[in-house]
Design a protein around this ligand. Structure first.
Ligand code: GLU
Length: 499
C-alpha cells in the first residue's frame, strides 16, 4: 500500500504549534515509507475563514521545512486541494447518498430547529434534532422542493446498535449509536460540513492514514458510517493525543497566542517561534519528542534520524505536554553547530527588525565567539547593541583602571592603544590581538594583559558582557573604535588633571 498522509488545516488564523506537530508526524510517516504528504485546505466553514490565513499557513509550514507533494500551491493529480473549489463534487456525492437512501433532505427552519432543541433538552436529549424529516414521503419532499424551501442534507445514522471506530493508537473504540442523531452533511447554502467533505476527499485523494486531533474521535462513528455507506475502504485512523499546557492545566489547543504559565513564556503559534529566534530544525526536534520517543535516551537528533525510526503506531495515546524547558537548550545546541556565515545570515533579520543593518561577512567575524552564548537568535541583539548604538561611557575613570594597572599606567596604555589602532595594518583580528596583548603586558608589573583587555572591553563595547574584544573592534571599525578610545582617554586624563 502506498502511504499517503495529509495535513488538512482550516484557514482560520495562525498556524498552531499543535498543528505543526500533527503535520510533522504525518509528514515523517510519509517520508519514512517513501509515500506522499498532502496539504489540503478545509475552508468550507466560510464564516471562519480569515483573509491571509492560507498564505500564513503555507509560509509557516515552509519555514519548518515540511514540504508537501500535493497541495493548493503545487497542484497534484487529485486536486483542487482547496475544499471550496470542490463543492460540486461534494454535492454529487451527497446526492448519491440521498438517492441510495443513506441521506435525506431536511427542511427544518432555524426557528423549528431552535424549538426542537429546547424540547429535546427538556427531555435530557442534547442531540439537537429529532429526525422528523428522515422518513418524509417522497411526494412531500418534492412538493417542498418545488416551493423553493431551503434544506440541508442529513446523513442517516443507525438508530440502534453500535459503531466501532478502529483507532491505531487506541484499538477499537466502541460507540452506542443511540447517542447520535442524523448530522448535517450539506448545509442549506450548499456547502458540505467537515463530515462529508473530508470523507470524500480522503477517499478520492487515496489517503492511507488520517492523522488528526483527538477532538474528532467522538464524531468518528459518523465518518465510519459514511465510508461504509459509500462502500469505500476506511483509511487508518490516528487520533493524536491532547497537548496540555505545560502546567498541566488546560489544553494548549485552546490557546491562540503566547501566554505566561507560572512565570514561563509559552509560545503557541508557529510565527511566535519564528519571531522568537528559534531555528526550525530545533523546533522540529523539540516537537518530535512529544508523544513519541526517539529512544536511547537521546533528546537531540536530526529529523532524518527520526524519520528512519518513526512509526505512527508508536505515538502515545495519553495526553502530553510540550517540554518547553528543553526548547532553549536544544535551540542553543543547534546554534552552536552552525557555520559562522550561516549563523550571521540567520541573525541578520532579527537585527534588521531592530533597525540595525550590518554586512553578513562582518557579522560572521564575531559568530564563532558569540555562538556559544546564544540560546535564541534574538539573544544576539543585546550582545551586538554596542555596534549599532553609540552608548555614552557612563563609568568612573577608576573603572577603567585596575589594581594591577593603576590610573597612570592605564593612561599610558590607552595612549599607546590609541596610537596603535590609528595605524594598525591590516585591521584584522590577529594583528589587533597581538598588538593589544603586547601593550597590555607592558601595562602591568606581572606582564599580564588581562587588566587592560578588560578595561578596553568596557571602553569600546560599553558592555560588560559582549563578544570578545578583538572581534568587536574589527566589527566596530577603526574610526568608531578610535572615537571610543579617545573618550575613554579623556575620562582618564580628567581625573589626573584634577586630583
Ligand atoms: N480541518 C480540520 C481541522 O482543522 C482537520 C481535521 C482533519 O485533519 O481531518 O481540525
Amino acid at each position: 500500500m502506498t502511504i499517503r498522509t495529509r495535513f488538512a488545516p482550516s484557514p482560520t488564523g495562525y498556524l498552531h504549534i499543535g498543528g505543526v506537530w500533527a503535520a510533522l508526524f504525518a509528514w515523517m510517516y510519509a517520508r519514512r515509507h517513501g509515500g506522499q504528504f498532502i496539504l489540503r485546505i478545509e475552508d468550507t466553514d466560510t464564516k471562519r475563514t480569515v483573509p491571509g490565513a492560507l498564505e500564513n499557513l503555507i509560509a509557516s509550514l515552509r519555514w519548518f521545512g515540511l514540504d508537501w507533494d500535493e497541495g493548493p500551491d503545487v497542484g497534484g493529480p487529485y486536486g483542487p486541494y482547496i475544499q471550496t473549489q470542490r463543492v460540486d463534487l461534494y454535492a454529487q456525492y451527497a446526492n448519491r447518498l440521498v438517492a441510495q437512501g443513506h441521506a435525506y433532505k431536511c427542511f427544518a427552519t432555524p426557528e423549528e430547529l431552535a424549538e426542537m432543541r429546547q424540547e429535546l433538552e427538556a427531555k435530557g436529549d442534547r442531540s439537537g434534532y429529532d429526525r422528523r424529516y428522515r422518513d418524509m414521503p417522497q411526494a412531500e419532499v418534492e412538493k417542498l422542493e418545488r416551493e423553493g424551501r431551503p434544506y440541508t442534507i442529513r446523513f442517516k445514522m443507525p438508530l440502534d446498535g453500535q459503531t466501532v471506530v478502529p483507532d491505531l493508537l487506541r484499538g477499537d473504540v466502541v460507540f452506542d449509536n443511540d447517542q447520535f442523531t442524523d448530522y448535517v452533511i450539506v448545509k442549506s447554502n450548499g456547502l458540505p460540513t467537515y463530515h462529508l467533505a473530508h470523507v470524500v476527499d480522503d477517499h478520492l485523494m487515496q489517503i492511507s492514514h488520517i492523522t488528526r486531533g483527538i477532538e474528532w474521535l467522538n464524531t468518528a462513528p459518523i465518518h465510519v458510517r459514511l465510508f461504509e455507506a459509500f462502500g469505500w475502504e476506511m483509511p487508518v485512523l490516528v487520533h493524536m493525543p491532547v497537548i496540555l499546557s505545560p502546567s498541566g492545566k488546560g489544553k494548549l489547543s485552546k490557546r491562540d497566542q503566547a501566554f505566561d504559565d507560572g512565570g514561563e513564556r509559552i509560545l503557541v503559534r508557529a510565527d511566535e517561534f519564528m519571531a522568537g529566534g528559534y531555528l526550525p530544525a530545533a523546533v522540529l526536534n523539540f516537537l518530535a519528542n512529544v508523544g513519541w520517543t526517539f529512544g536511547d535516551d537521546q533528546e537531540k537528533f536530526t529529523i532524518e534520524e527520526a524519520i528512519a525510526r518513526f512509526d505512527l503506531a508508536d505515538v502515545s495515546a495519553v495526553p502530553t505536554k510540550l517540554p518547553y524547558s528543553k526548547l532553549d537548550w536544544l535551540n542553543g545546541q543547534y546554534i552552536q553547530e552552525m557555520e559562522p556565515l550561516a549563523l550571521a545570515a540567520a541573525v541578520k533579520p532579527y537585527l534588521e527588525r531592530e533597525g540595525y543593518h550590518i554586512d553578513v561577512d562582518q557579522l560572521a567575524l564575531v559568530m564563532p565567539a558569540l555562538r556559544v552564548r546564544l540560546r535564541r537568535l534574538t539573544d544576539a541583539i543585546d550582545f551586538l547593541r554596542f555596534v549599532f548604538e553609540d552608548v555614552p561611557l557612563v563609568v568612573m575613570a577608576e573603572d577603567l583602571a585596575h589594581k594591577k594597572m593603576p590610573l597612570p599606567a592605564a593612561q599610558a596604555a590607552y595612549a599607546q592603544v590609541l596610537d596603535f589602532i590609528v595605524n594598525v595594518e591590516p585591521f584584522d583580528v590577529e594583528t589587533i590581538a597581538a598588538g593589544l596583548r603586547a601593550i597590555g603586558e607592558g601595562a602591568t608589573e606581572n606582564n599580564s594583559p588581562g587588566p587592560l583587555l578588560g578595561s578596553l572591553r568596557l571602553a569600546i563595547t560599553r558592555q560588560r558582557v559582549s563578544p570578545p574584544l578583538f572581534e568587536s573592534i574589527v566589527v566596530l571599525g577603526r574610526q568608531r573604535t578610535v572615537q571610543r578610545l579617545q573618550e575613554a582617554l579623556a575620562l582618564l586624563n580628567t581625573v589626573t588633571a584634577n586630583p
